[in-house]
Design a protein around this ligand. Structure first.
Ligand code: C5P
Length: 270
């Protein structure tokens, strides 16, 4: 089979991210509700004898096209060879998957059954690719049934924050896990109440590392109709939730008009 396969590597969003402890090897124990957006990097895989890679798109600058790229390492881990093109539409190092999403998408596209945690803590959940609770250091992924569709704005202020720096700036590592998830029949109101009672424990630490993140959160909080504003992953991307897609689109336009240098997208999360 030599037909190219085209696949989307969707942005992942941590609606919640609780840090509940730290292992002896330094890795942190997490409890996170992860959902996926309808925007992402576009990957095309064409089987062949040798592994090669090409990167294009808005965020192509500085993305390696060799074994430093997680998608390359995923192909190697899967024993797959051929040409991979990545249209880099997502800001990398931004708390919404980036390299992990690309790597997971390669594994899914080639049907690999490998220990994907070795590629990074976010790769297993990105392999599942739909709403899921992530625990352990990222290796335990439990899909969430019947979660609602969320309308959101994702904003990345082009601030690069290194994940280890954010974990290092954490003041407390043994926080409470998420409370019990909403009932299967829960509607949006119940989900929002639940989400508001949860946290991203990395948010304060990320703001300490990159104070500009606070501006993004306040910008989101100032948009009409916003239901909740929070950071995803270790930042710097933040999200706002809205009652409808058109409310999210209006908010995205308003934010983009004020800050054309920020990456800002209205999305559907599920
Ligand atoms: O696994 P990944 O490469 O995404 O992790 C980047 C860094 O984030 C790790 O080197 C570690 O410092 C930190 N990390 C952590 N606990 C996790 C996931 C990541 O401390 N569960």
């Amino acid at each position: 089979m030599t037909e190219p396969i085209s696949v989307l590597a969707p942005a992942k969003v941590n609606l919640t991210l609780h840090v509940t402890g730290q292992r002896a090897d330094g890795y942190h124990l997490l409890d996170s509700l992860v959902v996926f957006a309808d925007v992402g990097d576009r990957l095309t895989l064409t089987p062949g004898n040798v592994l090669s890679m090409e990167v294009s798109g808005r965020f192509a600058d500085g993305v390696p096209t060799d074994a430093r790229n997680l998608a390359w390492r995923a192909a190697e881990l899967a024993g797959w060879s051929g040409h991979i093109t990545i249209e880099k539409n997502l800001p990398h190092g931004g708390g919404i998957g980036g390299g992990s999403a690309d790597a997971a998408t390669v594994l899914r596209a080639v049907g690999a059954d490998v220990d994907s945690l070795t590629l990074g803590a976010d790769v297993p959940v990105c392999e599942v690719g739909r709403a899921a609770r992530m625990t352990g250091i990222g290796e335990t992924v439990t899909p969430v049934a019947d979660d609602p569709t969320f309308y959101a704005v994702l904003v990345n202020p082009a601030l690069h924050v290194a994940t280890p720096d954010v974990f290092a700036a954490l003041r407390q590592r043994d926080n409470a896990p998420m409370s019990e998830l909403p009932r299967r029949v829960a509607g949006m109101r119940e989900w929002l109440d639940w989400l508001r009672a949860q946290r991203n424990d990395l948010q304060e630490a990320a703001i300490a590392v990159a104070p500009g993140i606070d501006k993004v959160l306040r910008g989101l909080e100032a948009t009409p109709g916003v239901l909740l504003a929070r950071m995803s992953g270790s930042g710097s991307t933040c999200f706002g939730l809205y009652p409808t897609l058109s409310a999210a689109q209006l908010a995205a336009s308003a934010i983009s008009a004020g800050r054309p240098d920020w990456w800002c997208e209205a999305v559907t999360l599920s």
